[in-house]
Design a binder for this molecule. Structure first.
Ligand SMILES: [Zn+2]
Length: 501
């Protein structure tokens, strides 16, 4: 591992070098089945239970392309302003790896389905940077190796390895940028902002669950440095599978300071893959990087070419949603938010969730308050991203509707949300199972009101004598007796009726 002392001060890096980035993002599509067979595309599961002869690469098994995956690939290409190939093929990328039983990965090489696009990315201060997209191509994921017995979990030092092929053949889209130059000190921020924008977009399109923590969105960050004034790219390193947005920013910054120290010391940067260390934010060497020639790509003979008709492409173009950042701008206008309020909404990761909750029928103010306050607290307590809480905007909208119709009080609503978060089912099921309905039956409430008045006759007298505010104590007693399941407003009305005030 590189010692931290081998880094150059960031300000000095920027005085002497210009960083150039290239970002490769792999997205696992959330199709029902895998890319070339009918196995379920599900995260996790008992090892080697979502497999068949095709995704295990057994002799004689033949692949068939998943139409839904092609549709998602085209939609992603269109959302990234790409041209969509009129005709393209899959290719075999040949290499041996134990978690890839065919000994080749079915991918695309010189004929990607989408190419030549761009994504406009909004930085924290509102500046917009256009990131050019080289290509978005289809491929399949590999299985997973578990290296046992070593200190690092990597193959070096391991005693043996276990293989799980459940992920083998899961549909992937790889999105590759053109070189991103001229960003200077903002390069690490640009990298994070790009992956964030891509994640938001893919989520809005509902093509992937974009969980970086589960590997359904993974970023490889290529970084190189050019001496100031030079226009020739330096040798790059590729930091693999960075698995959080913050780590993308840290990895880029670390590589800039590490490579600068190597170059300034008269050394050369080795073209290699590197691993990112979450603990100290450093990177360490992986394998020396292969070139495309090493993979002996050739067209996949077992699959027919893909030739999407222009009519289909035009039809899919209609399904591209509003870009999340445009939607945010509209939200700000529609909901009359200050820049600061909008920033809070975005920083807590709540903007999309609030918008989706509003789309599902909730009032903006209510939706915002739930996500920004109560649910943000819940997410912090569980140390997860807000969007990873196990409650959907539609479920929250249902809870809000139950409050609005008077079937739940705010207190009961929080209990229902707790139930949904605990995996007890849909809001209505939680209400039934936990018996959380508001007691709206007046006769049941009147019994409780009468009991409370009888228990505190002095207060009943005060109310009768015109001190209406004294009713609060009786309301409290009734709420306690009904375990908070009464509508306080109705209870107050009944008390006043009863004492004739
Ligand atoms: Zn299969």
């Amino acid at each position: 591992m590189t010692a931290l002392a081998d880094l150059m001060d960031y300000a000095e890096v920027l005085e002497r070098y210009d960083p150039v980035l290239g970002l490769e993002v792999h997205v696992e599509l959330s199709t029902r089945t895998k890319m070339f067979c009918g196995c379920p595309n599900l995260f996790g599961g008992e090892p080697n239970t979502h497999v068949c002869p095709t995704c295990l690469g057994l002799p004689g098994a033949l692949p068939v392309v998943n139409g839904k995956a092609v549709e998602s690939a085209i939609r992603i290409g269109l959302a990234l302003n790409c041209e969509i190939a009129e005709w393209c093929r899959f290719a075999r990328k040949n290499y041996f790896y134990p978690d890839m039983p065919k000994n080749f990965q079915t991918s695309q090489y010189d004929e990607p389905i989408a190419f030549n696009g761009y994504l406009d990315v909004v930085l924290d201060d509102g500046e917009v940077v256009r990131i050019d997209i080289e290509r978005a191509h289809m491929e399949e994921d590999t299985g997973k190796s578990l290296h046992v017995g070593g200190a690092t979990g990597r193959i070096h030092g391991a005693e043996h390895s276990l293989l799980d092929y459940n992920r083998a053949g899961v549909p992937l889209i790889e999105i590759v940028t053109k070189p991103i130059a001229g960003m200077g000190e903002r390069a690490p921020e640009v990298a994070r902002a790009y992956v964030t924008a891509l994640r938001d977009l893919l989520r809005a399109m509902d093509v992937s669950d974009v969980r970086m923590d589960q590997g359904s969105l993974r970023c490889d960050a290529n970084v190189s440095l050019m001496p100031k004034g030079s226009s020739e790219f330096g040798t790059r390193t590729e930091t693999k599978n960075v698995n959080s947005l913050r780590s993308v920013e840290r990895a880029v910054r670390y590589e800039m300071t590490r490579q600068a120290a190597v170059l300034a010391g008269g050394g050369t940067v080795t073209q290699e893959t590197r691993h990112f260390q979450e603990a100290d934010g450093s990177t360490s060497p992986g394998r020396t990087k292969e070139t495309a020639e090493d993979y002996r790509y050739f067209p996949e003979p077992d699959l027919v070419p893909i030739a999407p008709s222009r009519a289909w492409v035009d039809q899919l173009r209609e399904t591209i949603p509003e870009m999340p950042w445009e939607r945010r701008k509209r939200i700000q206008e529609d909901w009359n938010l200050t820049d600061e309020e909008l920033r809070d909404l975005v920083n807590t990761g709540a903007a999309e969730l609030v918008a989706a909750t509003v789309d599902a029928g909730a009032e903006p103010g209510e939706a915002r308050s739930w996500w920004v306050q109560y649910l943000t607290q819940q997410a912090n307590a569980r140390e997860v991203e807000l969007s990873d809480l196990p409650i959907t905007p539609a479920q929250l909208a249902r809870v809000i509707a139950l409050v609005k119709s008077g079937e739940l009080t705010n207190k009961l609503a929080r209990e229902v949300v707790q139930g949904v978060l605990a995996g007890e089912g849909e809001p209505d099921e939680v209400v039934d199972k936990r018996g959380l309905k508001v007691v709206s039956d007046d006769s049941a409430l009147l019994t409780a009101v009468d009991e409370a008045l009888a228990a505190q006759p002095d207060i009943a007298d005060k109310i009768r004598g015109g001190k209406v505010q004294a009713a609060g104590a009786i309301v409290g007693a009734v709420m306690k007796a009904t375990k908070g399941q009464a509508d306080a407003k109705r209870v107050r009305e009944l008390i006043l009726e009863r004492v004739g005030a």
